[in-house]
Design a protein around this ligand. Structure first.
Ligand code: AMP
Ligand code: GLY
Length: 428
């Protein structure tokens, strides 16, 4: 098969790496890819969010499968444009991608289909949002309706913070994404990401994963795209997993089908495990980043086969197997991230780090300048490792992370630690 992968981040590096292992992947192309992805796939310089450019590239390549990594091309209708020309695409239509591209759409859809989620009110104006605040106690959550690259959710501790968030959103800080908002009840509990491969009708749950969104240890500091993740089956009991399948994934797929917009691709359920049961915080319509790195490092089986089957509407059970007990990914970030940061700083120690057993280094924001890897983004590298226990996977990640150096580099040293502490006697 000839496969065209859209995207350029750490998630796409992991997807490319995993697809490269497939005997079915005869040629792999990445649009636009990155210097790191170019070691696995032939790069195509084009804009992945412009349907015309993607169609033109596809016209040259004739891919047997197009895999769309990020949400922006999905929201821009790139999958529809490709399908209209007869290409097999892994990734939902623009209409189905509204589950991520509009939080108001997603909330109304969940309410309509009885999918458990936080109570919320959709507000079209600043005045309406201010009025809605009265119906909730603090802390409460304010969410921009549209895509905001992780910056669209504010947990407001008091009225002043809520007012500031609303003023920023309706004042245009997030562009069109913030011109409508949700005012939402704040839920407490442990967060889990559960991803399902979907073919429009059937689904296959992947193992659960947990992301660490705050920039600093102990879940402090501002939100980021994700500072690390791990995956281990025991994050969810079999009963909870079953409950989420039946109360969330199944009705979501049935609802989308009934609306004439069947969901095909990854349905990413961001869940809060509350005392009253699991609640959906958000849907995403694509693989998570960095959850995917922590998941794929555990995976066995043929990712190309699984994605092609989903794209063709013939997903088979156990399309992917996860034989390793645990996977983890620790993100090494630029100094200043998630605020402003410098680019072009040389990265040292990559080769030594990569030689460690069970470790794979996924590049999120790097570039190759005259044979030297340099930083080129906020999240620079994801150090991923599999293990026979979560402790082993994490030890491998951190041992490899210590080999890597670049000016200003920082990372969280507590990825997965809460889970380790919950299952082991406290260390002295
Ligand atoms: P999102 O951008 O939708 O992924 O939300 C970002 C983060 O905000 C989530 O991962 C949660 O940590 C937090 N969050 C979103 N909704 C709620 C809620 N209703 N209650 C508490 N935290 C929330
Ligand atoms: N890791 C969170 C996300 O991919 O949205």
């Amino acid at each position: 098969m000839k496969i065209l992968l859209l995207g350029s981040g750490g998630r796409e590096h992991a997807l490319a790496w995993s697809m490269r292992h497939s005997p079915r992947a005869r040629r792999l192309y990445a649009l636009p890819g990155s210097d790191a992805i170019a070691t696995l796939a032939e790069p195509i310089g084009a804009d992945p969010c412009d349907p015309a450019q993607v169609l033109e590239a596809a016209g040259h390549i004739h891919p047997d499968l197009v895999v769309i990594g990020p949400e922006a091309p999905l929201a821009a209708g790139v999958s529809d444009a490709l399908r209209a020309r007869g290409y097999a695409v892994f990734g939902p239509s623009q209409a189905a991608a509204q589950l991520e591209s509009s939080k108001i759409f997603a909330k109304q859809f969940m309410q309509q289909h009885g999918i458990p989620t936080a109570r919320a009110e959709a507000c079209e104006t600043l005045a309406a949002a201010r009025r809605a605040l009265g119906g909730y106690s603090f802390p409460l959550v304010i969410k921009a309706d549209g895509l905001a690259a992780g910056k669209g959710v504010v947990v407001a501790a008091d009225a002043a913070e809520a007012e500031a968030a609303l003023a920023a959103m309706f004042g245009g800080k997030l562009g069109a994404a913030g011109q409508r908002v949700l005012v939402e009840e704040c839920l407490a509990g442990e967060e889990v990401s559960l991803l399902a491969l979907c073919d429009g009708e059937r689904y296959e749950l992947l193992p659960p994963a947990q992301d660490h969104k705050r920039v600093f240890a102990g879940d402090t500091g501002p939100n980021t795209g994700g500072m690390g993740a791990y995956s281990i089956d025991s994050l969810l009991s079999p009963e909870l997993r079953q409950q989420i399948a039946e109360r969330v994934v199944r009705p979501a797929l049935a609802g989308m089908r009934a609306a004439g917009t069947p969901f095909q691709g990854v349905l990413y359920c961001g869940l809060m495990l509350t005392a009253a049961g699991p609640r959906v915080l958000e849907f995403n319509v694509r693989f998570g980043d960095p959850e995917t790195q922590a998941l794929l490092i555990r995976a066995e089986g043929d990712l190309v086969e699984a994605l092609a089957a989903a794209a063709a509407g013939r997903l088979a059970p156990q399309a992917l197997r996860f034989s390793r007990v645990a996977g983890a990914c620790v993100v090494l970030a630029s100094g200043g991230y998630p605020g402003s940061f410098e680019k072009g700083l040389p990265i040292h120690g990559l080769e030594q780090a990569a030689r460690r057993a069970g470790v794979m280094i996924f590049h999120a924001g790097t570039a190759l300048h005259q044979q030297q890897w340099v930083t080129n983004g906020g999240r620079v590298l994801g150090i991923a490792a599999a293990g026979n226990s979560l402790a082993q996977a994490l030890e491998r990640c951190y041992a490899a992370a210590e080999e890597v150096r670049f000016e200003g580099m920082h990372y969280r040293r507590d990825i997965g630690r809460g889970r380790l502490a919950a299952h082991q006697p406290a260390a002295s």
